[in-house]
Design a protein around this ligand. Sequence first.
Ligand SMILES: Cc1cc2nc3c(=O)[nH]c(=O)nc-3n(C[C@H](O)[C@H](O)[C@H](O)COP(=O)(O)OP(=O)(O)OC[C@H]3O[C@@H](n4cnc5c(N)ncnc54)[C@H](O)[C@@H]3O)c2cc1C
Length: 766
Amino acid sequence: MIIAEESVSRAFQQRIITSDLVVVGGGLSGVCCAITAARAGIKVTLVQDRPVLGGNASSEVRLWVLGATSHMGNNNRWAREGGVIDEILVENMYRNPEGNAVIFDTVMLDKVVSEPNITLLLNTAVIDVDKSSADQISSARAFCSQNSVEYVLKAPLFCDASGDGVLGFLSGAAFRMGAESQDEFGEKFAPTKEYGELLGHSLYFYSKDTGKPVNFVPPSYALEDITKIPRYRKFNTREFGCNLWWVEYGGRLDTVHETETIKWELWKVIYGIWNHIKNSGQFPEARNLTLEWVGTIPGKRESRRFVGDYLLTQQDIVEQRTHSDAVAFGGWSIDLHPADGVFSEKPGCNQWHGKGIYQIPYRSYYSKNVNNLFIAGRIISVTHVAFGSSRVMGTSAYGGQAVGMAAALCREQNVLPAALGSEKNIRMLQQRLIASGQYIPGLTLSDSEDLVRTAKLTASSELHLSELPEEGLLKSLDPAVAQMLPLSQGRVPRFTVHAQSEKATTLEVELRLCSRAASYTPDVVLKTLRIAITPGRNCVKLDFDTELTATQYVFIMFRKNADIKLHFTSKRVTGILTVFNQVNEAVSNYGKQEPPDDIGIDSFEFWCPQRRPAGENIAMKIDTPLKDFGVNNLTNGVARPTCQSNAWVADFSDASPSIKMTWPVAKAIRTMVLKFDTDYDHPMESVLMGHPENVMPFCVRNYKIRDDQGKVVFEKKGNYQTHNTIRFDEPVRTRSLTVEVEHPSDNVSASIFEVLCYEPGAVMHN
Ligand SMILES: Cc1cc2nc3c(=O)[nH]c(=O)nc-3n(C[C@H](O)[C@H](O)[C@H](O)COP(=O)(O)OP(=O)(O)OC[C@H]3O[C@@H](n4cnc5c(N)ncnc54)[C@H](O)[C@@H]3O)c2cc1C
């Protein structure tokens, strides 16, 4: 029994937690930052003001995580972000292909609580900051309303991933809010004041069919006159959740301090919409529908952007400019919205895509004046226009990972964030990030500790692709389709395809490539062939009679002709794809991007894959087999397709595919890393949208590792992850290691992107 006598006042219980890094905000940026830092060996406190992790991706808001893949609706191939965010999305796909937002919460929580180096504080809001000097934070103060404890979170390094930048704000870090003028950075897409300078908040709802009629009595605050929403006719009974992203409000208000006002307005709109659907009489199909869930916390798009040593701009994105300190990439369109949101007469968004993904420099991830403060998420150092692209969660999380690794390196080198910017340190940071799965465009892994680089590599077979066999699968050339193939420098092979037509017509075929390295906008036409097609089956020989000046992807593009059917195949190969000239309105892809002249955006066609089970390859014969799938790809330092497949792929006919590493003298191997193909082209939207498969078809499921005596030293069954790290209890002493893999299926040959091996004590960063 506690009996407390009267007192003038009391203080909350206080707890002091000391760590190497305090991460404020448990959105995906904070989560991926904390996990990356913890795995790199430093102690992390992750403080999140809400009951679950994920921020806008959590079940409280229910936004699907997207990044450079942009719903597969742009020309960024194999662009899903790697590292921890990849691991989380692949795990979610495995456990939750239905896109249940509550299950996604558990995936994120699971990942965080599995890290012994992370202290997680949920329901705990940072509300104050202590500084040791004008430019340095010594602790963040936070309060948990659930246990009435005040926390003092001490650390030498801090990361603000709180969305509104609460720590940056309190500590006096320089920030901007609202749009830059066109003149300041020469950004031609900078919006006018009339269009608006801030993106607003949104709230979502989910509906459910109960199987029996349900009445709806609207609350007093529901919007009565639905016609106040200019696009109210677009509401229907099928769309809910993320599909209603354009139910947006608040872009003309202070999106930090007036958030509660904005939320009430959004509730008003949501209940008004539901009242319209249930009670206007226009939606008889809504009789059995009920509101299953309405958001209580608005999804915030934009507020403060903090200023680092570099402000990323529109030109960085559109021109895909390179930065010597690149640590991440983006690839969502530049996506700005009218400030009046749902009440605007204008389209809900104005999206313009780049020709490929773009680098983000390290200098955008720390404050220029608070010298132990990293920034991650939507608040990074970018202009309002560049923010239009960098703000999405895949990209935000990727930056978070770069910060997590940088923080670990800062502790190791005993330096502050800006001081990590020396050439040597940046190279070390980039190398560690790449080893952990973070693809940085244009960079490769060269890990001197990796023993595979000194091994002789052999394989049971290597795919020499001379045929994608015909199987009676005929598809119309409507839409137009292009087969993407990685070709070596030199003469372009001759291809044979089979076309079917009921009448005489002309087949138009183009050989195209992208003007930019490792990008996939087919904006250069090398050759065009026009081939007469006769009624019936036609054997079409394609001789482009052309040389390639570099190894790269080409597009063999069959122009739309609804009279022609082509033979396709169900065989799929790592690094080989078909793309289609189709519309994807969800990301403003109308087949071709045609911006007005004066906004600094490129015109080009969209050629995008179809989601499985569609998107098969074109059946073809190739006169000079493609030899892009050799075992040497395992050590080329790139673990996803770029200008080539970068994968070892076994021959389809190889009954026991394997690769073998042999050393002249025995090695003691403590750790191995295998990187498999979990289809970086797949966006893996985390919620709402279901997916037809929970394991990517290219991914090796079953494998064994044998030593030089043939003894199985490791066996895995049922793998579905990209990155497999194997730590042997005792180092394996051997002159060779053989990785025996099973083909994922009859239609997909086994492949591996990368193998790494380390001795005990090696500084490896996986
Ligand atoms: C309607 C809408 C549609 C969008 N569409 C997409 C989309 O389709 N795909 C996509 O990827 N992105 C989309 N975005 C953008 C994206 O959701 C945000 O830009 C992204 O969430 C930013 O990530 P973040 O980690 O910076 O912030 P958040 O996800 O907001 O995470 C910040 C976290 O910090 C916590 N926090 C805040 N203050 C404190 C404090 N004082 N103490 C402790 N914790 C605190 C918050 O609770 C939150 O969990 C959309 C945004 C909106 C609103």
